[in-house]
Design a protein around this ligand. Structure first.
Ligand SMILES: [Zn+2]
Length: 210
């Protein structure tokens, strides 16, 4: 009977995440812990059931926002082991924030949703940055516009594909600098209400480093 109760309790707790982070430090700690679970194949897939869907239907209150790449190898909720209503995710190819649509989304997360943490997540082998620094036939149209926007932020690396990884990391750094340069963002950081971090996702290991 005792063992049965233990098994039942463990089963019921399996998908229960820690309490929702209420400070920037707690938010970062939860993303770090979630990525560790993911890397170690110990994901608990929190907040993934219909109770959670119903609970969050009236309003959302994510504790963090992530600006990541659309790359199919960088599934943001999965790699941080988060669920419905946990993180506000903005994904574009190359995770560049230099557009009204992306910055508008970032502002929405910070101003209206009150996220405690904003992560700009670059990743290894990023096709967006690769395209931006590659020599070769120029892309036109929307893809050309996208690559030109990224290229502006990694101009020192154009033509030097051997430095792709450095270019990716530099590109992420530029996005963070761009976000924190906005006075309303800087004010929240100064007040201890928000943390903005750059991060790098390794497509080989699944690990996020900050
Ligand atoms: Zn990418």
């Amino acid at each position: 009977m005792g063992l049965f109760l233990v098994v039942m309790t463990l089963t019921m707790c399996k998908n229960q995440p820690a309490a929702t982070p209420s400070t920037p430090e707690e938010a970062l700690a939860e993303l770090i812990a979630g990525n560790e679970r993911y890397v170690n194949e110990k994901s608990i897939h929190p907040h993934g059931n219909m109770d959670r869907v119903g609970e969050t239907a009236p309003h959302q209150a994510p504790f963090a926002a992530v600006v990541g790449c659309s790359d199919s190898r960088v599934p943001v909720e999965l790699l941080f082991d988060q669920g419905v209503g946990d993180i506000f995710v903005i994904r574009t190819a190359g995770n560049n924030v230099n557009s009204e649509m992306v910055m508008g989304s970032v502002d929405y997360a910070i101003e209206h949703l009150g996220v405690k943490l904003l992560v700009v997540l670059g990743h290894g082998s990023c096709g967006g940055v690769t395209g931006a620094i590659s020599d070769g036939e120029e892309e036109h149209g929307n893809i050309g516009h996208l690559l030109a926007t990224i290229r502006n932020d990694v101009s020192d690396y154009v033509g030097n594909i051997d430095s792709l990884d450095a270019a990716i990391r530099h590109h992420t750094q530029v996005q963070v600098e761009r976000v924190v340069a906005y006075p309303h963002v800087a004010e929240k950081i100064a007040n201890g209400e928000l943390l903005v971090k750059k991060a790098y996702y390794d497509v080989n290991t699944g690990k996020v480093t900050y």
